[in-house]
Design a binder for this molecule. Structure first.
Ligand SMILES: [Cu+2]
Length: 150
């Protein structure tokens, strides 16, 4: 499951690092993802990924990034509103406490999928690897949906 076909070298490097720094930290298996959707806007606009993350472990899980073969880049973003204007900015990492259920949802946290590398349409699956600071990357399948469905 964790030996995902793409990006083997990076996984390998992550694995070696893991051996050096783990012991008692949350593992990828302690994180459960549900309802993963990728909302696709027309043209070259980035897509937004929403899901629920449940940390079932007894240590905090720290999400540090994500990647997908279908996009140049995936960032962790948070939306906010200032003086009635919508903004968003990238987060370097996001900590989810032990036992916490965290929701990535419209107008809040989301994954920003930038630079589409292949044609995608509603109903397609996109494979995404969620990266944690001291746990194995977690493969998640996102369902491509229309923004109107959210
Ligand atoms: Cu964003």
């Amino acid at each position: 499951m964790l030996r995902h076909p793409f990006n083997a070298p990076r996984l390998l490097a992550g694995g070696m690092l893991l051996m050096l720094i783990t012991a008692g930290h949350a593992s990828g298996q302690d994180v459960q993802i549900s309802d993963a959707r990728l909302s696709l806007l027309p043209g070259e606009q980035p897509g937004a990924g929403y899901f629920q993350l449940h940390n079932t472990g007894d240590e905090a899980a720290v999400l540090v990034g994500a990647q997908s073969d279908a996009f140049e880049e995936v960032e962790i973003h948070v939306s906010s509103e200032e003086n009635g204007m919508a903004h968003m900015h990238a987060l370097e990492q996001l900590e989810i406490e032990a036992g916490e259920r965290f929701e990535f949802a419209p107008k809040g946290h989301h994954l920003m999928f930038i630079g589409r590398k292949q044609t995608l349409s509603e109903g397609d699956d996109v494979e995404v690897l969620l990266e944690f600071d001291d746990a194995q990357p977690l493969p998640v399948t996102f369902d491509v949906v229309s923004p109107a469905s959210l």
